[in-house]
Design a protein around this ligand. Structure first.
Ligand code: PRX
Length: 653
């Protein structure tokens, strides 16, 4: 956060004085309605979490709530449980047996409803399929699927037999998928022939085939049929197995494997400040406790609700708030396969109207897109079923918050702005909808049982600085797969193992409300997707024409940030439009369409310090049209001045 514009933006945020108190009617029925919940949890956080954990089904009780040897935490030590049993079997002995667990809305308009009984059967069968393919407890399984019920089935089937899943978002390229499969040493890959997107087919199996060419640990690929003859699928009978064929003969009886509370549940890759993605490790008991508790209190979930989180299961939001949290609560969760603009820009609102969705959770970037499309789309639809709205993934600007409140919430529905990360496993900062007065743009305060602070570089509490977590929490990551040193260095060393460093900047206002300000490291947030500048830089320099590349996240009205690249070419190469296009495509091939640079600017030189470090901060000033910050440490200040003039002339792509 530098530069005068950012300061002005910040000032505007902190003078945001509109506030919205929960209605008496909402509070009266809320799962969290007594403000004492905060004080009680603050007095005894471990006691708070233990009480919540006790609502789960344990095969063996724990002997110790928390064993904290910084930076390593163990929660519910000695306890044993199974996640699929908690999400499924537990509900089968109640009236929920025939309740809808998942409502699936396919992009072409097809619909599937799976009751808890149906989902349980399918999960048990698929767990048996995995076993028949040689999967054992502790094995790693890669899941590369569209947003179809089989994604949840595959995840839950892994948890049933103690296999560790690693879900990779279907928008990642073959190369990105390969890197993740190889890091996790996955034995099985679960994919589909394709998925529907804007009326076309995403050729997942083709990408998967490309990826597994260099994945020596993959023994079998299980293929779900989703698009049928709309996709060209090469089938290798020695390696590939059709999901529907294997399921046809699989038994529906599969006992759940009792797992240690600290057994690994899943790995999920995310971007850090280096080029290599980090495999974030989550374990069983603490994660499930955190997921179930936050769904109950933050989303105020009731048995009669239809709940819809629009994230993809390839991201942590999909893990915690489509699959594990809602199902652990016996909820009805909706899954939608496609994009919000297909066949028309009212698709989300049509889905809400059709399924009478009560709770809706989406990203600020989506809300800003809806704003741009105009309110006529939601206005056409009956949204009266909605009773709670949520946002996640990036800071929400007050304007977007107010739009959401007015045109989706119709001025009567509370909004929860939830702050968290892949690493945190679940929500940490958010209003409680029946208790917290909200302010547009502020995630408000830490949840009960969570301790946060804002500190400076020295670790002293300040009103504007770095957001840290001052106590361990159950859903926290346990390590980075194959790299505990990086775990320690990345999150804990900055404050000598005392605080968890989030990488986010934050401010506290006069009422003690927290305002999240975005990343303070080299991580970009593009449409709510986390992408490291280094990852895109390595993809660019991997191209034979590129000598050097510097990438920044430029403020973007809809996406939050857009990838902006400054590239110097090798001496013999002539830069033109065609090359710029090729470079963009090269990044898509290396990482995926989500990382495609919005613009690539070819330049003869990059601004560097005397020690040769590229000054990205100045590039950001250039890209955002600001007055240049301090240039005194530059080897040659003329480089950036020239770049600015050139950039403003916009002879780029
Ligand atoms: O910068 C914060 C931002 O997203 C980052 C985490 O990204 P990821 O691990 O991909 O998880 C996204 C979904 C949980 C954070 O470090 N972020 C997430 N939620 C918010 C947010 N920034 C501001 N307000 C939020 N509500």
């Amino acid at each position: 956060m530098t530069g005068p514009d950012k300061q002005a933006e910040l000032q505007a945020l902190l003078t945001e004085d509109r506030s919205f108190a929960p209605s008496a009617a909402f509070t009266e029925q809320a799962n969290a309605r007594d403000p004492k919940i905060y004080a009680d949890a603050a007095k005894d956080p471990e006691g708070f979490w233990a009480k919540e954990a006790a609502d789960l089904l344990w095969r063996k009780p724990w002997t110790q709530v928390l064993d904290w040897k910084p930076p390593h935490a163990k929660w519910f030590v000695g306890g044993q449980l199974n996640v699929s049993e908690n999400c499924l079997d537990r509900h089968l002995t109640t009236w929920r047996r025939t309740k809808a667990a998942l409502i699936f809305e396919g992009e072409p308009g097809d619909q599937r409803v799976l009751t808890y009984q149906d989902l349980h059967r399918e999960v048990c069968q698929f767990a048996n399929v995995l076993k028949s393919l040689g999967v054992r407890k502790g094995d790693r399984i890669n899941i590369y699927l569209p947003m179809i019920p089989e994604a949840a089935v595959a995840m839950l089937a892994c948890t049933r037999i103690g296999a560790v899943h690693s879900v990779v978002f279907g928008g990642f390229s073959a190369e990105a998928l390969r890197e993740r499969i190889n890091d996790a040493k996955a034995k099985i890959l679960i994919t589909a022939d394709g998925g529907w997107r804007r009326g076309g087919v995403v050729p997942l199996k083709q990408v998967a085939d490309e990826a597994v060419k260099d994945c020596p640990t993959i023994e079998k690929t299980v293929v779900v049929r989703r698009v049928g003859d709309k996709a060209q699928v090469a089938f290798d009978p020695a390696r590939d197995v059709w999901y529907h064929e294997a399921m046809a003969t699989a038994s529906a009886v599969c006992p759940a494997e009792p797992m240690d509370a600290e057994d690994m549940l899943f790995v999920l890759y995310t971007s850090g400040s280096t080029g290599k993605p980090k495999g974030i490790v989550h374990t069983t008991g603490g994660y499930l406790t955190h997921a179930a508790t936050t769904v109950k209190y933050v989303f105020d979930l009731k048995d009669t609700d239809v709940y819809w989180c629009t994230a993809d299961v390839g991201w942590v939001t999909g893990h915690t708030y489509i699959v594990y949290g809602p199902l652990a609560n016996g909820a009805t969760a909706l899954m939608y396969e496609g994009t919000p603009d297909y066949p028309d820009k009212d698709r989300f609102w049509r889905v809400i109207e059709k399924h009478k969705v009560n709770i809706f959770y989406t990203a600020p970037t989506a809300i800003r897109t809806f704003m741009r499309w105009g309110e006529e789309f939601p206005k056409r639809c009956d949204l009266s079923s909605l009773r709670l709205l949520g946002t996640v993934g990036e800071p929400i600007n007050p304007e977007a918050w107010i739009w959401y409140h007015e045109f989706i919430g119709r001025k009567r529905v509370p909004i929860v702005d939830t702050w968290w990360q892949t690493e945190t496993g679940g929500i940490l900062i958010s209003p409680l909808p029946g208790l917290t007065k909200t302010k547009p743009g502020s995630a408000t305060m830490a949840l009960p049982g969570i301790s946060v602070d804002i500190v400076n570089d020295e670790g002293q509490p300040v009103d504007a600085g770095y957001l840290v977590l001052t106590k361990p929490w159950p859903g926290m990551l346990r390590t980075i797969l194959n790299n505990d040193d990086r775990y320690r260095a990345q999150y804990w060393e900055k404050y000598n193992l005392k605080y968890y460093f989030t990488g986010d900047g934050a401010k506290r206002d006069k009422d003690g409300y927290l305002w999240l300000l975005g990343r303070v490291d080299d991580v970009m947030n593009v449409s709510g997707h986390r992408i490291s500048t280094m990852e895109v830089e390595s993809a660019l320099v991997d191209h034979h024409s590129v000598a050097e590349a510097a990438v920044i996240g430029r403020t973007h009205e809809v996406k939050g940030q857009a990838v902006s690249a400054f590239v110097t070419l090798k001496a013999s190469v002539r830069g033109d439009e065609a090359l710029i296009k090729e470079l963009k495509q090269h990044v898509v091939g290396k990482i995926g369409a989500l990382a495609r640079p919005e613009e690539i600017f070819l330049t003869a030189e990059l601004p560097k310090t005397r020690s040769g470090k590229i000054m990205r901060r100045l590039l950001r000033d250039v890209a955002e049209g600001r007055v240049l910050g301090d240039t005194t440490t530059l080897a040659d200040p003329a480089v950036v001045a020239k770049l600015k003039t050139q950039y403003e002339g916009k002879d780029e792509g």
